[in-house]
Design a protein. Structure first.
Lengths: 107, 122
């Protein structure tokens, strides 16, 4: 299985701050990576696929980058509604695997 | 716009079979894509269980493969999860999800159901 490792596991930031979350795959996955947002008590929502392509309706303050084994999710200006846990997920190989999640809290 | 909705018993006894249904609206499941399940134990992360493609071909997480089946009923636009011999470790929120193809080779989970909590307890 491809292991996905995220860091940090949690962070606290103020509204308006720039936030960066990193994800590392245990092997080269090219750009077959998605970022998934899960707000408390809600279903997951996929924000980004192909490492950097935003799904429709996702605010442009979210961006993704990376290729190979190292990836980054950036929120350019954190908003109160961005309080959530973020997961990276590879879909190159079965089984699909998720990172452990990064919990973003608003200061 | 596609919508998915899970349903099934919220309580299952240990050693019995967990059975869930995902109702799909806004898209015909027999026309394309993969249809699958992801679970999340309380307070923990996401685990992919498996998926079935529109023709009925299945793929499972090896950690669960011996106990899981996923099937389609295209006439009702539903797909199903069955998990045998459950234990307390199978207590989780179960999500159904669609896996679509975009930009050539990118097969990712684009739409999710709201989830249903299944508790395994006697």
């Amino acid at each position: 299985d491809i292991q996905m490792t995220q860091s940090p596991s949690s962070l606290s930031a103020s509204v308006g701050n720039r936030v960066t979350i990193t994800c590392r795959a245990s092997q080269d996955i090219d750009n077959h990576l998605a970022w998934v947002q899960q707000k408390p008590g809600k279903a997951p929502k996929t924000l980004i696929y192909a490492a950097s392509t935003l799904q429709g309706g996702v605010p442009p303050r979210f961006s993704g980058s990376g290729s190979g084994a190292d990836f980054t999710l950036t929120i350019s200006s954190l908003q109160p509604e961005d309080y959530a846990t973020y997961y990276c997920q590879q879909y190159l190989r079965y089984p699909l695997t998720f990172g452990g999640g990064t919990k973003v809290e608003i200061q | 716009q596609v919508q998915l909705q899970e349903s099934g018993p919220g309580l299952v006894k240990p050693s019995e079979t967990l059975s869930l249904t995902c109702d799909v609206s806004g898209f015909s499941i027999g026309s394309a894509y993969y249809w699958g399940w992801v679970r999340q134990p309380p307070g923990k992360g996401l685990e992919w269980i498996g998926n079935v493609d529109y023709s009925g071909i299945t793929f499972f997480n090896p950690s669960l493969k011996s106990r899981v089946s996923i099937s389609l009923d295209t006439s009702k636009n539903q797909f199903f999860l069955k998990m045998r011999s459950v234990t307390a470790e199978d207590t989780a929120i179960y999500y159904c999800a669609r896996r679509v193809r975009r930009s050539g080779s990118h097969w990712f989970l684009d739409s999710w159901g709201q989830g249903t909590l299944v508790t395994v307890s006697s």
